[in-house]
Design a binder for this molecule. Structure first.
Ligand SMILES: *[C@@H]1O[C@H](CO)[C@@H](O)[C@H](O)[C@H]1NC(C)=O
Ligand SMILES: *[C@@H]1O[C@H](CO)[C@@H](O)[C@H](O)[C@H]1NC(C)=O
Ligand SMILES: *[C@@H]1O[C@H](CO)[C@@H](O)[C@H](O)[C@H]1NC(C)=O
Ligand SMILES: *[C@@H]1O[C@H](CO)[C@@H](O)[C@H](O)[C@H]1NC(C)=O
Ligand SMILES: *[C@@H]1O[C@H](CO)[C@@H](O)[C@H](O)[C@H]1NC(C)=O
Ligand SMILES: *[C@@H]1O[C@H](CO)[C@@H](O)[C@H](O)[C@H]1NC(C)=O
Ligand SMILES: *[C@@H]1O[C@H](CO)[C@@H](O)[C@H](O)[C@H]1NC(C)=O
Ligand SMILES: *[C@@H]1O[C@H](CO)[C@@H](O)[C@H](O)[C@H]1NC(C)=O
Ligand SMILES: *[C@@H]1O[C@H](CO)[C@@H](O)[C@H](O)[C@H]1NC(C)=O
Ligand SMILES: *[C@@H]1O[C@H](CO)[C@@H](O)[C@H](O)[C@H]1NC(C)=O
Ligand SMILES: *[C@@H]1O[C@H](CO)[C@@H](O)[C@H](O)[C@H]1NC(C)=O
Ligand SMILES: *[C@@H]1O[C@H](CO)[C@@H](O)[C@H](O)[C@H]1NC(C)=O
Length: 792
């Protein structure tokens, strides 16, 4: 019996030890220290000195990013190790492995470290005491390991802004202590598991920016502690469950951009605690005649594309606490309500409505950061007190009927982005923006500006001035050392190009089409090594095509990352604004800034290229000038070119065989010149060619055959020459008669089939422009001082 008793005591002791001391026994402090060292060693040289120091110290608890409790490591907080996003070695998810030995951990925060790869399948079960897990802002992919859902004590689970995919498993309902759940900005799909409603402690649920579909679980109202619910930017369907009205603690509700249907729930207006209601971009039916007396007091409201018609609802103006208002993409009419203008907005977006009238001066209050009234029918002058809005960062008034001069004091505003395109603004001197160090994006295209183009735009990267009446090109462009995009097409610019343009070596896109430029193409143009698109067509340029053009590196190398940057500028500006708005997570895609397409002559028709997606578009257009020289053989270097147009000039001599090296060429237009000799056989090497025009020259001899050339059989492309022959134009060459009978049949067949291929090469252009949700940081640009770590 005593034996049995002692056995029992031993057993109880064993159980006791097992449950209480197992973690320390299986990995005592020294083992924990070694695990930490192993982990930090894998974090590369960043911590080399520290490592030595730590290794010699006796205790892992002395590591600066660690907290201990009775000699056991309980917290590891090591986020944002590479704040400037300098390229380092790649960290993979295997660096987590040593940490799974530290079974005493309650807090693990490795957010914003750019760790990639899948989370280890095994290991999380070891961290059974974990209460807070933050892996936000890395590049983790794959699905979530099932062991994660065994962590019963977890209160915070932050997996936002990674690349996780897969379903959210129903086991999530087992984590009953969960208070904060962030899964936003991943690729989760499938339904929201109903089991999620058993998370009674949940106060914040953010599943935004995924691909979740099907209906919101009808019992969402069981989440009785929730105060912040964000399901925006998913594919959710069905109605908004009426059980949500039971959530009396709800302060912020964001359902923007789903596919929710049904009538707009009027009970929402009775939810007294709500301060942020973002619900636009669904298919809800809005009862425009309903009398609304809201019981909440909002600071943020979005009813974006919600079918609102008529005047801006009166009840909105009664919310004096409103700082953020997004009513874009509705059918709102009438003028800007005076009451609304007198409020203290930070952010107003009323773009894409039918609003009219002039702008009330009171609108430009001190707090305003973003004002977007794009694509309405507003008119009149800009109020002269516009500079009262000294904090304004983004002003988007494009697509209205504004007129008059720009108020002089507009330059007192520290703007980042100014889009006044498609209005009737006129003046022959632009304001002096020389002290506006943040003004990176300026679009004044399609207005009536005239005079000399101002160069007092020191930091501007993107300058779009097309379709105005500017008459002279700036003499001194030395200041504009950041310019990458300069578009001045369809103006009235006369005189010669200034040599100083050759100093802007950042320039990637230069469009001067349809002006009255004189003189010759500058020899120094080779200095613009980043130039990817050069359009000097429809001017009065004379002289030769400089041999130097063949040295334009931007047209030689296959365009890389650099060419898709413009989309990022807009995202960058947006990030800056969001940093100021202080709600980076909550208001992604707030700007709705749409750039005008880049208009060029692409394959014989004027086309718009989406500026967001210029990667791979390289173009050289010198057509419709009076250039007279031979075609320099060096142009064969420009291997990245897709479009090459030198038609309608006085070029003479032979077509250089080197043009056959332009392997990416899709369109080659040499028509309306004085070119002589024959078409070089090398042209048949251009396998991407879909447009080929040599008409109106003095060419003779056999048109090359083989591959794409067999499809180039439009007689108009060869008309008016001095004796071209070949199967393409059904003119037999005398020396080499067309093969008869079976071969001819065969070649006819080939023409047909190749035509299909030709069509296949067409590239889609009108890719939607919009600010995409980019999780990349703004740190690439030094002007943006705000750091991403300031996010929640
Ligand atoms: C720590 O030091 C020991 C011996 O001093 C060495 O064997 C070990 O590799 C070191 N660990 C790291 C991570 O540097
Ligand atoms: C870290 O090491 C890499 C090579 O592994 C090196 O290129 C880089 O400059 C180092 N960084 C620092 C901050 O020492
Ligand atoms: C879990 O912890 C134990 C004890 O420290 C260790 O032996 C085991 O390797 C750990 N499991 C994983 C997957 O790291
Ligand atoms: C995760 O990313 C790595 C590269 O970082 C890749 O090799 C792997 O295939 C990806 N896994 C999944 C499931 O996409
Ligand atoms: C976890 O959840 C699943 C599915 O919801 C359930 O079948 C299982 O019993 C749960 N496990 C525990 C330990 O509660
Ligand atoms: C979500 O909806 C959009 C628009 O209908 C569709 O293009 C997309 O494929 C959908 N995504 C998923 C994962 O269903
Ligand atoms: C939601 O709450 C109701 C009432 O409290 C309960 O009957 C129901 O089972 C709950 N649903 C879920 C899925 O937990
Ligand atoms: C607002 O929330 C508080 C708790 O935060 C709660 O006590 C109160 O009842 C709520 N008000 C309403 C009207 O539901
Ligand atoms: C602009 O600001 C000045 C002083 O800061 C103020 O006196 C004036 O009333 C403001 N104008 C408007 C229209 O708000
Ligand atoms: C152009 O402007 C720069 C900077 O103000 C100045 O240093 C330079 O002398 C100017 N060049 C000419 C030709 O006027
Ligand atoms: C070429 O560009 C550099 C700046 O990258 C500039 O300093 C130099 O003056 C330019 N050369 C010519 C000929 O314009
Ligand atoms: C242009 O490239 C050619 C080689 O293609 C080279 O000989 C010449 O020096 C280059 N010219 C300049 C100005 O870089």
């Amino acid at each position: 019996m005593a034996k049995l008793l002692s056995l029992l005591i031993m057993f109880i002791l064993f159980i006791f030890f097992f449950f209480f001391f197992t973690p320390t026994l299986s990995c005592p402090p020294e083992c924990q220290k070694q695990a930490l060292l192993q982990f930090t060693a894998s974090l590369a040289n960043l911590t080399d000195d520290d490592l030595k120091h730590w290794n010699s110290s006796s205790d892992g608890c002395l590591f600066p990013f660690v907290k201990c409790s009775s000699s056991n490591v309980v917290e590891i907080v090591l986020g944002d190790l590479n704040p400037y996003r300098t390229p380092w070695r790649v960290w993979t998810s295997t660096i987590l492995t040593p940490l799974f030995h530290i079974r005493t951990l309650t807090v693990l925060d490795l957010s914003f470290n750019e760790i990639r790869g899948e989370l280890p399948r095994n290991g999380f079960a070891n961290l059974s005491r974990l209460e807070h897990l933050n892996l936000r802002g890395n590049h983790f992919n794959g699905s979530l390991p099932s062991q994660l859902f065994q962590l019963r004590f977890l209160q915070t689970l932050d997996m936002a802004d990674n690349s996780f995919h897969g379903n959210i498993p129903p086991e999530i309902g087992n984590m009953t202590k969960l208070s904060y759940l962030y899964f936003s900005g991943n690729n989760f799909f499938g339904e929201i598991p109903t089991s999620i409603v058993s998370l009674k402690e949940l106060t914040t649920l953010d599943l935004s920016f995924n691909s979740l579909s099907l209906e919101i679980p009808i019992e969402f109202g069981n989440l009785s502690n929730i105060d912040d619910l964000d399901l925006s930017y998913n594919n959710l369907t069905g109605i908004i469950p009426s059980s949500i009205q039971k959530l009396t603690k709800l302060v912020a509700l964001n359902l923007i951009n789903n596919m929710l249907t049904g009538e707009f729930p009027s009970w929402l207006f009775d939810m007294k605690n709500l301060t942020s209601l973002l619900i636009g971009g669904n298919n809800l039916i809005w009862n425009n005649s309903a009398k609304i007396v809201p019981k909440f007091t909002l600071s943020k409201l979005s009813l974006r594309s919600s079918g609102l018609a008529g005047k801006i609802p009166d009840w909105i103006s009664t919310h004096k606490t409103l700082v953020h208002l997004d009513l874009r993409e509705n059918q709102l009419e009438g003028t800007f309500p005076q009451g609304l203008a007198e409020m203290n907005f930070e952010y107003i977006n009323l773009s894409d409505n039918r609003l009219t009238g002039s702008l009330p001066p009171q609108l430009f209050g001190f707090n305003l950061l973003v004002l977007s009234l794009s694509r309405n029918n507003f008119y009149g002058k800009l109020p002269s007190n516009i500079s009262n809005a000294t904090r304004l960062m983004a002003l988007m008034l494009d697509g209205n009927n504004f007129s008059g001069k720009l108020p002089k004091f507009i330059s007192n505003i520290n703007l980042c982005l100014l889009d006044l395109s498609n209005n009737k603004f006129s003046s022959n001197t632009l304001p002096d923006f020389s002290s506006n160090v943040n003004l990176r994006i300026i679009d004044l295209s399609s207005n009536e500006f005239s005079g000399e183009i101002s160069t007092n735009l020191f930091q501007t990267t993107f300058l779009s001035l097309g379709k105005n009446k500017f008459s002279s090109f700036p003499k001194n462009l030395t200041h504009m050392s950041n310019l990458e995009y300069l578009d001045i097409h369809d103006n009235k610019i006369t005189g010669e190009l200034s040599n100083s343009i050759c100093q802007i070596s950042t320039l990637q896109i230069l469009i001067l089409r349809n002006n009255s430029l004189q003189g010759s193409i500058l020899d120094c143009i080779f200095n613009l090594t980043n130039l990817q698109i050069l359009d000097l067509s429809i001017n009065h340029l004379v002289g030769k095509i400089p041999t130097n053009l063949g040295n334009l590196t931007g047209m030689i190398e296959m365009p890389g990352e650099i060419f898709s940057r413009f989309g990022k500028y807009f995202a960058t500006v947006e990030n800056q604004v969001l940093d100021k708005l202080g709600n980076w997570n909550k208001a992604k895609r707030v700007m709705s800034f749409k750039t005008n397409d880049l208009i060029v002559n692409w394959k014989k028709s004027i086309q718009g290229l989406s500026i967001d997606n210029l990667k791979g578009y390289s173009l050289l257009d010198l057509s419709m000038n009076q250039l007279s020289s031979e075609i320099p053989a060096s142009l064969g270097n420009l291997k990245a070119l897709k479009i090459f147009n030198i038609s309608h000039n006085n070029l003479f001599g032979r077509i250089p065989a080197n043009l056959g090296d332009l392997k990416n060429l899709e369109s080659l237009d040499l028509s309306h010149n004085n070119l002589s000799g024959s078409i070089p056989q090398s042209i048949a090497n251009l396998l991407q060619l879909t447009i080929f025009d040599v008409s109106n020259n003095k060419l003779k001899g056999k048109i090359p055959e083989g591959s794409q050339m067999d499809t180039m059989n439009d007689p108009k492309s060869y008309a008016n020459n001095s004796g071209l022959c070949g199967m393409q134009i059904q003119v037999p060459c005398s020396k080499q008669p067309l093969p008869t009978k079976p071969p001819e049949l065969k070649s006819k067949e080939t023409w047909f089939s190749w035509e299909g291929v030709g069509i296949g090469y067409a590239v889609g252009f009108f890719v939607a422009v919009g600010i995409s949700y980019l999780s990349n940081s703004c740190k690439t640009f030094n002007y943006c001082s705000q750091q991403r770590r300031q996010r929640v």
